[in-house]
Design a protein around this ligand. Sequence first.
Ligand SMILES: Cc1cc2nc3c(=O)[nH]c(=O)nc-3n(C[C@H](O)[C@H](O)[C@H](O)COP(=O)(O)O)c2cc1C
Length: 335
Amino acid sequence: MPATLVPVGGLSTEQVREALLAATRAPSLHNSQPWRFRCTPSTIELHADVDRALPAADPDNRELLLACGAALLNLRLAIRGLGYYPDVRLFPDHRRPELLATVRPRGHQMASPAEQRLIAAIPRRRTNRQPFFDETFTGPERDALRRAAEAERSWLALLPPEQVPTLRQLVQQAHFLQQEDPGFVAEWQRWTGRPFGESDGVPVSSGGPLPEAHDEWTLRDFTAGQGRRRVEGKDFESAPLIVVIGSFHDLPPARLQAGQAMQRVLLTAIDHGMSASFLSQVVEVPETRRKLRTLIGGGLWPQAVLRLGRGSPVPRTPRRPLEDLAEVTDVEPEA
Ligand SMILES: Cc1cc2nc3c(=O)[nH]c(=O)nc-3n(C[C@H](O)[C@H](O)[C@H](O)COP(=O)(O)O)c2cc1C
């Protein structure tokens, strides 16, 4: 049952609250926030909230696991920021597949300066669907993004400019296939174009400009038609930095791992003054995902596609209150 929070391991109640709030700042498909937390005296458990699954866009909960992986990385970093070492086990109980991870704060250990910068990026990160400034990114940013994915045992492909037109076509193909599916459209309409003041879903204020027929990229309209028009003819940046986050296999642990990698890449981008948005259509439609897999070499599984650049600030999206998604119990998870 939902309850007032309690201390976990060496963390005080206030520190547990701080760590959980950081976890919930993670991105999630349509801002569905498909996670729950259960606090025992020693452990914070991360559970998938399958009642918040999006069966039309994400029928096998792949993106649900990416979002939960992102929440897990934030939780790990927040615990480091509080001076503890997070002892993490993924899928610790095969009889309870919705229990994605247990995190035990152990022994004192200060966050490194690099970790502190990522922790500072957690509240500043948001999905930016606006056009970015035209800028070419060379060595340092690219290396940092690649290393961020590798640090989480995943992998990042920087799409070379000659592959970008093919990706654009795949995004368009996926978009049209999804728009022909009434189930997808109905789900989309339920979760996007939300008025101000709701605690989940994508609010109109976070949508990008209205998609137009002449646009180079086929982007989704998150504003239920209420977005602003761009200056006629002014499209998105001409040479976006596109990265694909991939995993070495496509089973749930790899997806959860890729979610942590995705979040480390997003926070690293913020730390380098960059913003990001997603091009997920292409990995949601099996046919285009297969083609993307071939495009980037064939060996690895594309999990998330990000468009990165430098942009103007955008507003925060809302989050559900902790009381709705955290519970406490005296029952420890089995070791
Ligand atoms: C797995 C995943 C897929 C996503 N796909 C898209 C997408 O295709 N297009 C998009 O604009 N945003 C996408 N998002 C971003 C979410 O809509 C966003 O995280 C959510 O609305 C919360 O907003 P925030 O990221 O600003 O905190 C995706 C997020 C995740 C985690």
